[in-house]
Design a protein. Structure first.
Length: 168
């Protein structure tokens, strides 16, 4: 190999470093919910850029994808302001929710063969098929619901907060 080829590969190896270097922009802010129960604090952070569904004190349902966060309120791209204290419930995808999604998918997929065999045996014996299938349909619906976004209600002591990422 000649010197030019080696120098070219060395220069190419530095490109990812420069592309992923830290920027001097302000850190991104995240909206989160937090609950303290029996001296244990649980915090869930919503994924940025994903759809949030909010119900406020006036009963308005607000759907947000583009929003800006301040210390105590959400500023929407339309120009509305939603105070954190006015939020009755908020629904959206959260970070660190993989175990819940795996459990839901396992429940939904696992009920198919078990439910099919049970309902088949009931139908073969001449029993009520709809009554036999109802529990399995319910378990499947719960499993599918677990794979979706989470809903946090203020009446269950969930408090909406602003989170800044920790400086490293």
């Amino acid at each position: 190999m000649n010197i030019k080829a080696i120098a070219f590969f060395i220069i190419l190896s530095w490109i990812p470093y420069y592309l992923t270097a830290r920027s001097t922009e302000l850190p991104e802010r995240f909206i989160a919910v937090e609950r303290t129960k029996s001296n244990q604090t649980v915090t869930y952070t919503f994924k940025p850029g994903r759809l949030l569904r909010i119900l406020n004190n006036q009963g308005e349902k607000i759907f947000l994808k583009d929003y800006y966060l301040a210390e105590t309120y959400i500023y929407t791209s339309v120009g509305d302001t939603i105070l954190f204290a006015d939020i009755l419930h908020i629904k959206g995808p959260v970070k660190g929710n993989a175990e819940r999604k795996v459990l839901g998918a396992t429940m939904a997929i696992g009920t198919i063969p078990i439910g099919f065999n049970f309902v088949y045996m009931v139908a073969w014996g001449g029993g009520p098929v709809l009554v036999a299938a109802a529990p399995f349909i319910g378990i499947m619906a719960v499993g599918i619901n677990l794979t979706g976004p989470r809903k946090f209600k203020s009446k269950n002591d969930w408090e909406v907060k602003l989170i800044l990422p920790e400086q490293k």
